[in-house]
Design a protein. Structure first.
Length: 162
């Protein structure tokens, strides 16, 4: 299992600053696989910027972050219609651990004019990273997520990448 952590802030630039401080400190708990910064403009439009650890150049992470935040912001209502490819991916995200409850908490934490730092950590040891980040405030949303190579989510993302 991996840990999914999201720290939401009440302005659009805060998450980027916190990520820069985390990287400058060299403290990521040793297990940071990927991070993203999502900015939600006052008009509700969002942008996602992703980063990976050196040597992990797979498009897997970028697709995962874009799909996750697309699911949070663009498909907020259960039963919303979308195509079979997205339906499979969204279902896999849900079953991997970022279920409707977690997505609702993310939606609630991110209003217009806000930002969030999203982190995927291996081995679910988020304490060190959490302590460093919480010194900067923000609202924390946490969930466990299954990201093993043979997981349904990895297979869905692999099918999209291939």
């Amino acid at each position: 299992m991996s840990a999914f952590l999201l720290f939401a802030y009440t302005n659009e630039e805060a998450a980027g600053r916190v990520l820069a401080r985390l990287r400058a400190s060299g403290t990521d708990g040793g297990d940071l696989d990927s991070s993203s910064v999502v900015r939600v403009a006052v008009d509700g439009k969002f942008t996602v910027t992703t980063t990976d650890r050196p040597g992990r150049g797979s498009p897997f992470w970028g697709i995962l972050w874009e799909a996750l935040f697309g699911l949070v912001f663009l498909v907020p209502a259960a039963g919303t219609s979308y195509g079979p490819n997205l339906g499979g991916l969204f279902g896999a995200i849900d079953r991997a651990g970022i279920d409707e409850d977690a997505r609702a908490r993310i939606r609630e934490a991110l209003g217009p004019g806000s930002s969030a730092l999203g982190l995927l950590l291996r081995e679910t040891r988020p304490e060190l990273v959490t302590q460093l980040i919480q010194a900067h405030g923000g609202t924390k949303v946490e969930a466990s997520i299954s990201l093993e190579e043979d997981s349904e989510l990895a297979q869905e993302l692999g099918a999209i990448v291939a």
